[in-house]
Design a protein around this ligand. Structure first.
Ligand code: GLP
Length: 246
């Protein structure tokens, strides 16, 4: 199946359309498992979901969330962790308690074992119904830095220089941790539905490359072209050509 592409006017429209996809999935399956990206791109979608919940259009009382990625070496309660970010942007506004979250472990001295435990936990809850993803500046998904094959498991990785540079904006004066743990490409591609959100001029070139590339480890997001049910929602700044063709 080719990727379904929806080009919308701007970031606000992207947030609304993306939230509609999520509400559709949760309406169909109230205890849906949603793999949720952090980063700037999905913030508007998460805020819209909170608004829909507040107005009674979305019931999140059974919805479950899985964390997509996390820095290694932070304390579990470090506010700069991606879990902290996700808690503020998504879990708290949607009233999703930690008992309904598959958290990416960061502590402990065996992160590779923790990665395997995460994959086992995802399998144990029946897999992922919807993966909400952003697009990294080098084509990464989660922290699947290139090269990443389609069958890459959840694992510890060293962040690419461009990712460290891009994520420095979230760290103020602090140094971005150099290692992270990411849901593997195999986990992402096993999601029953994938929604990739891309916004803004800085993402236009990498999105264009992704849509022209055959599935290729050098551009991890291109693996979505082999996924059976992926929707891409991009705003005009990210997809100026506005082509409906993948
Ligand atoms: C980060 C995260 C991804 C995110 C991507 C894009 O490094 N690991 O989960 O989707 O890069 O981030 P943003 O939406 O802020 O551009």
């Amino acid at each position: 199946m080719p990727i379904e592409i929806q080009v919308v006017a701007d970031a606000d429209a992207l947030a609304r359309e993306a939230a509609l996809v999520v509400t559709g999935v949760v309406a169909e399956r109230p205890d849906a498992v949603v793999l949720a990206a952090t980063g700037n791109t999905p913030i508007g979608c998460y805020a819209e979901l909170a608004r829909l919940r507040a107005t009674g259009s979305l019931d999140t009382s059974r919805m479950r969330v899985a964390q997509l990625d996390e820095y290694v070496g932070l304390a579990a309660d470090d506010a700069r962790s991606l879990y902290g970010w996700m808690d503020r942007a998504l879990l708290a506004p949607l009233g999703i308690g930690s008992e309904r979250v598959v958290r990416m472990p960061v502590e402990g001295n065996d992160p590779q074992a923790a990665a395997r435990a995460y994959d086992a936990a995802i399998e144990a809850i029946g897999g992922i119904d919807l993966a909400i993803l952003g697009l990294g500046p080098n084509g990464h998904l989660g922290f699947n830095e290139p090269p990443a094959s389609a069958d890459a498991p959840t694992r510890v990785i060293s962040l690419a220089p461009e990712t460290l540079a891009s994520n420095a904006r979230y760290w103020g004066d602090g140094t971005v941790p150099e290692r992270a743990i990411t849901a593997g490409m195999s986990v992402i591609l096993s999601a029953r539905r994938v929604m990739l959100l891309v916004s803004g001029t800085p993402k236009a070139a990498i999105l264009d490359r992704m849509l022209r590339s055959a599935p290729d480890a050098a551009l991890p997001a291109s693996h979505l072209r082999g996924h059976p049910d992926t929707i891409l929602i991009a705003d005009r700044d990210a997809r100026p050509a506005g082509s409906l063709e993948a």
